[in-house]
Design a protein around this ligand. Structure first.
Ligand code: ADP
Length: 468
């Protein structure tokens, strides 16, 4: 059953129960009040008759009967008997009755004190009346005709009111339920519209202050997590393909050249060894990206270790030199390390290698002389790397955009590229709590300056920063 129907039925039943209890109470209270009121009037009538009969000497039962009949009273069909102590009738306002006839009707009453009972819409009243040291019984009976008619009328009104109220209640319940569930309907509609292609959408009702808003907020948080996971996956795919393209092209080139003609066995071995190096390089890149992807959802999973940066730079230099014959990579120590610890930092070697490789590759790629100088410097807290080229440079107004995914400057169109590399550099630098500065002069050259803290700790970086 739909919540809407359930709520409507529950609400209607509840109101019906309350209305029924209220109506029955009103009816029962009126009934009781009418009975008591009728008893009082009957008692008044009985005492009146007894007082007239016994207190006023000159009055005869015949006169009293006339008075009785002519008095305007709200009591209908009232019968009064006054009996003496031996239960002999002294007065009766009816003709027929003898004691034998009337006594059975009063047989269930007490004859010791005043009391009454009701039977078949009739009220029977027995009053013990003491006068001049004598005991008298005044018996009265009447039908509460007007009371009963009024009660019947009340019953009819209550039933009509109950029926009309129920119709109104059902209508109100339907309207109220529809209105109350409207935000849920809207929530369902908005959720229904969210697809993988528009995961950035958020539910608008999260700005309100009710329970539905709470639900929408929770849902929005879930969407945020989903979007992050999606983004991570998307970035992983584009990053990985970007990074793997160069070694795959190199492998392809080497195989194609090797296959052009028959070669001596040593030549094939040399090519295979070179391919093996590239494959190893690829596996380093893949592992690095897997770690980076994991880091986007769980930064704590990226493991840091002691890394000698100069060794890393020389390894990258060798890889790139093999893959791109024209590259000239010069490594220069601004201050020569007295001990190897001076240029050792806490970091992830695979990711740092990807970062350095991107910066060297860019510097060579965007320089007509294919030359880059990597300067290494250090102090007690940081190790500084400078990547200096004499290339095309970056327009000043575009420097702030180059770390955004897929961004390429307007003067870079002559070079192949996807605009992914620097966003990876940025993410890896963030993970290592490193600072990056870029200085560039158009057509003169560019300097990327990275300051890596020596004691960076794992999992400091926020997940959000990683996927930006
Ligand atoms: P890609 O190299 O694939 O184009 P990157 O993300 O590595 O993408 O670089 C983004 C953009 O920044 C490049 O397209 C280029 O315009 C600019 N850029 C990066 N490094 C240099 C550099 N050393 N000299 C000049 N421009 C650079």
């Amino acid at each position: 059953m739909k919540i809407k129907t359930k709520l409507t039925i529950n609400f209607t039943l509840l109101v019906a129960a309350i209305l029924a209890v209220a109506s029955i109470s009103v009816y029962l209270f009126s009934l009781r009040y009418r009975q008591y009121d009728f008893y009082l009037r009957l008692r008044h009538k009985a005492l009146n008759t007894a007082t007239l009969l016994l207190n006023i000497k000159d009055i005869s039962p015949g006169l009293l009967k006339i008075i009785d009949e002519t008095t305007i009273s709200t009591l209908r069909d009232v019968k009064v008997w006054v009996l003496d102590e031996s239960k002999k009738i002294l007065y009766s306002n009816t003709d027929s009755a003898s004691t034998a006839q009337i006594l059975p009707a009063f047989s269930y009453m007490r004859w010791t004190d005043s009391n009454f009972r009701t039977k078949d819409d009739k009220v029977y009243l027995c009053i013990v009346y003491n006068y001049n040291k004598h005991k008298y019984y005044v018996l009265t009976t009447a039908e509460d005709y007007y009371g009963m008619a009024e009660l019947k009328n009340l019953r009819f009104i209550l039933i009509i009111v109950f029926a009309i109220s129920m119709i109104l209640t059902v209508l109100a319940a339907i309207l109220n339920t529809r209105q109350s569930l409207q935000p849920i309907k809207e929530l369902i509609r908005q959720v229904d519209e969210i697809k993988a292609s528009n995961l950035h959408s958020r539910l608008s009702m999260a700005n309100n202050k009710d329970e539905i808003a709470e639900l929408a907020k929770t849902f929005n948080k879930m969407l945020e997590r989903l979007e992050q996971a999606f983004e991570t996956e998307r970035m992983f795919v584009s990053n990985a393909s970007h990074e793997l393209r160069t070694p795959v092209t190199a492998i392809k080139g080497q195989i194609e050249v090797a296959l052009i003609k028959n070669r001596p066995a040593e030549e094939y071995q040399r090519v295979l060894r070179s391919i093996l190096d590239d494959v190893n390089n690829m596996s380093t890149i893949i592992n690095g990206f897997l770690e980076l992807a994991e880091a986007s959802t769980e930064p704590a999973r990226i493991k840091f270790e002691k890394v000698r940066l100069d060794e890393l730079i020389f390894a990258v230099k060798d890889d790139l030199a093999r893959q791109n014959k024209g590259y000239n990579v010069y490594v220069d120590f601004e201050k020569f390390p007295e001990e190897e610890d001076s240029i050792t930092i806490n970091g992830n070697p695979r990711l740092l290698k990807i970062m350095i490789s991107n910066l060297i590759d860019n510097a060579c790629k965007f320089s007509p002389n294919r030359k880059v100088t990597v300067k290494i410097n250090y102090d007690e807290n940081t190790v500084d790397l400078k990547f200096i080229d004499e290339g095309i440079g970056i327009p000043e107004d575009e420097i702030k955009y180059i770390f955004e995914p897929l961004y390429r400057t307007r003067n870079s169109t002559g070079q192949v590229g996807s605009g992914i590399g620097l966003s990876i550099v940025n993410r890896i630098a963030l993970l290592h709590q490193a600072k990056i500065e870029v200085h560039s002069v158009l057509n003169k050259g560019t300097l990327f300056h990275i300051s890596l803290p020596r004691t960076a700790s794992e999992a400091k970086t926020e997940v959000k920063a990683l996927i930006s």
